[in-house]
Design a protein around this ligand. Structure first.
Ligand SMILES: CC(=O)SCCNC(=O)CCNC(=O)[C@H](O)C(C)(C)COP(=O)(O)OP(=O)(O)OC[C@H]1O[C@@H](n2cnc3c(N)ncnc32)[C@H](O)[C@@H]1OP(=O)(O)O
Ligand SMILES: O=CC(=O)O
Ligand SMILES: [Mg+2]
Length: 534
């Protein structure tokens, strides 16, 4: 293992640092990571411990509600700091993993914004993380190009989307980088590298540095990011408020603290996004021990069921009250090749999703694929016309626990639904272990968040007395084990037919079984997966 860079005092890197990688892993950038680690790691650990303690209280029957101690924030008059022009128009935001071709395609897609993803759609192999940083560094400087095996060349257009970057969540470490013998936070690592190398260049270009912050469960977790931003800006000599960040509301607990989260980040806030897939996962995870709680097949949990709809509307309300953008989430539908009828249906589904979000007051929404940008743009255009956004649209409903904790529907749960969760879960885990964090499966986009739903539903259907199929059979561990064997064969056949190796799929099935049948529900799928990853 070579280390072209002299490492800061107390730092170790346990993965290869090639000559290419050392362009990003520079001494100065690593100093920032070490500084942020020493300043904030104890707080990250306290907040993770607080999550675990709160989960124990919820397991024992406590239900979430608004915090009495932050009432003055919810009732006070305040707004976020003004946003730069580059963030005024976000009708279409494309997202995707940080590989060179996809970065170029996303920037060129015609979307207003591009969220480069080190999180749900990315498998955090060392090579993916560092190569992703190199790719973004080059793209920001218009130096990124790519040639595929057929010789097709990819280059950035003159007009490209505004970049936002999503680092990993608080629960994930970067296991290859240690400071004083401790692993650093994956989120701090991703943020600090991107920020250190690019923030000044982005400011010179008039757009950035902008981030997306995932999977938070409380306003105190948002305060941690805010404090990190303050130190990072100071360290490189940028004024406070140079950074702007959009928080994904994708946990049920964060819904009770939406205004507090915006408040904590108010100098750095670029609003909220409705991260629907992790949100569903979070609802299952948080109330998994409640025998009254059991959701139907994944396909039945749409944005239109009451608990999802009330959360989405409350998010628009919270944002616009505070002068902040409200960005819609992502439909898992993607264009379908070689089946025009199915493709039409998928595109109609996207149109429906974006029409609803635009009419509800969202200022824009996410798409998974360049082929969906124009449709999303058309639907927002119909509602917004010439306005870049609809921040002025105020909603006046009151939402609270009665709406957000009304977890329906509970049926149908079907054998096809059980099989689908198993099939998708194994397929996704196998791809992730092979280094690919976003996969089309059965014509839907699948990523870490959707895979979490699949394994959590299996866990819940086995444990909950309500986990019964529509034909009366109880979902049991034995039933699931049998179906895992059958679905593994199908997954391997599909993967082999698509020309990919099936090497990681037996391990994927084993991990899926452990994760969906363990007595103690594992908090995140990606935690054991990351340890298993070589
Ligand atoms: C829950 C959440 O967190 S949602 C956010 C995280 N999820 C995402 O970001 C989804 C990102 N999307 C993707 O990774 C892909 O669209 C997939 C895996 C779903 C489907 O990928 P594919 O099957 O390769 O799509 P397809 O073959 O139709 O792609 C056509 C072209 O569009 C490109 N493309 C597809 N999706 C994207 C994207 N999101 N960004 C940039 N380019 C893309 C492909 O690279 C391909 O390019 P090429 O023609 O130059 O070779
Ligand atoms: O990150 C987005 C989600 O839906 O999860
Ligand atoms: Mg998510």
């Amino acid at each position: 293992m070579s280390h072209p860079t002299t490492l800061p005092y107390g730092m170790q890197i346990t993965a290869p640092v090639t000559a290419d990688f050392s362009q990003i892993l520079t001494r100065e950038a690593l100093e920032l990571i070490a500084k942020l680690h020493r300043s904030f790691e104890p707080r990250r650990q306290q907040l993770l411990a607080a999550r675990a303690e709160r989960q124990q209280r919820i397991d024992a029957g406590e239900m979430p509600d608004f915090l009495p101690e932050t009432r003055h924030i919810r009732e006070g008059e305040w707004k976020i700091s003004p946003l730069p022009k580059a963030l005024e128009r976000r009708r279409t935001e494309i997202t995707g993993p940080v590989e060179a071709k996809m970065i170029i395609n996303a920037f060129n897609s015609g979307a207003d914004s591009y969220m480069a993803d080190f999180e749900d759609s990315n498998s955090p192999k060392w090579e993916n993380q560092i190569q992703g940083q190199i790719n973004l560094y080059k793209a920001i400087r218009r130096e990124l190009s790519f040639k595929n095996d057929a010789g097709k060349e990819y280059k950035l257009n003159d007009k490209i989307a505004t970049l936002q970057i999503r680092p990993r969540g608080w629960h994930l470490d970067e296991k290859h980088v240690l400071v004083d013998g401790q692993r650093v936070s994956g989120g701090i690592f991703d943020f600090a590298l991107a920020f250190f190398h690019n923030a000044k260049e982005q400011i010179a270009q008039g757009a950035g540095p902008f981030y997306y912050l995932p999977k938070m469960e409380s306003h105190l977790e948002a305060r941690l990011w805010n404090d990190i931003f303050i130190v990072a800006q100071n360290e490189i000599g940028l004024p406070r408020g140079s950074i702007k960040a959009t928080v994904l509301i994708e946990t049920i607990l964060a819904t009770f603290e939406m205004e507090e989260i915006i408040y904590e980040l108010r100098d750095h806030s670029a609003g909220l996004n409705a991260g629907r897939w992790d949100y569903i996962f979070s609802c299952i995870k948080k109330f998994k021990r409640n025998t009254d709680f059991c959701l139907a097949n994944r396909g039945a949990i749409t944005m239109e069921v009451p608990f999802m709809r009330s959360y989405a509307l409350a998010l628009v309300k919270a944002c616009h009250k505070r002068g902040a953008p409200a960005i819609g989430g992502m439909s898992a539908l993607i264009p379908i090749k070689n089946d025009p009828v199915a493709n039409e249906k998928a595109l109609a589904g996207i149109r429906h999703d974006k029409t609803r979000d635009a009419s509800d007051g969202f200022d824009g929404g996410w798409v998974a694929h360049p082929g969906l940008v124009a449709i999303a743009a058309e639907e927002f255009q119909k509602v917004l016309g010439d306005r870049p956004n609809q921040w002025e649209k105020q909603r006046d409903e009151s939402f609270g626990p009665r709406d957000w904790l009304n977890f329906q529907p509970e049926q149908p749960i079907t054998e096809a639904g059980v099989r689908n969760n198993i099939n998708v879960g194994i397929h996704y885990l196998g791809s992730w272990l092979a280094g690919n964090g976003c996969v089309p499966i059965h014509n839907l986009m699948e990523d870490a968040a959707t895979a979490e739903i699949s394994r959590s539903q299996i866990w819940q259907w086995v444990v909950s007395p309500k986990g019964k199929l529509d034909d009366g059979r109880k979902v049991t561990a034995d039933m699931v084990r049998g179906l895992i064997c059958e679905e593994l064969v199908k997954v391997k056949t599909t993967v082999a037919e698509s020309g990919n190796t099936t090497m990681t799929y037996d391990q994927a099935a084993k991990i899926f079984e452990e994760m969906s049948l363990a007595d103690n529900y594992p908090e995140f799928l990606t935690l054991p997966l990351y340890e298993a990853m070589v």
